[in-house]
Write a protein that binds this ligand. Sequence first.
Ligand code: K1U
Ligand code: ZN
Length: 170
Amino acid sequence: MAILSILCYPDPRLHTVARPVGAFDERLRQLTRDMLETMYDAHGIGLAATQVDVHERVIVIDVSEDRNRPLVLINPEITWASEETVVGDEGCLSVPGIYDGVERASCVHVRALDVHGQEFSLEAQELLAVCIQHEMDHLLGKVFVEYLSPLKRNRIRSKMIKRQRDEARA
Ligand code: K1U
Ligand code: ZN
């Protein structure tokens, strides 16, 4: 297994639209194992392939307290989203240290494939629903800061660029 490097906002590669997975082979299984290891190592609750510069529709999630309930979603589709919404603070491993409120559907139904290409469906609420919507945005090239005001987004962009410059100098 391997810890993959996570792209940091405002890296333009984060805006790439991911293509559907076509081959359910050992390469895909290795990618999902590496993504899970990377997510656990970074103390995240989710990770999209886009964030590790792989532009395929692959998501890993674990919202369990004990960090022992990994979920792998390949080619996920939201088949239903509730009209009821919630606003909760979100973070992103590609925008470290930034948390802000985003409005999301409170419940979603999702259809996806597992690593063997087997279809399954799930109903998600609360943090899992929010996390799925956040990760699916990544697959469309959207980062959560794009829901914030232009003023906040520009401040975050400048902060990230400065931080990356300082880290490169150190
Ligand atoms: O996509 C990512 O970068 C992972 C992201 C997922 C996420 C967190 C919170 C709301 C929606 C989506 C993270 O894991 S950020 C770090 C984190 O562990 C966390 C942050 C806030 C609440 C719960 C967890
Ligand atoms: Zn994210």
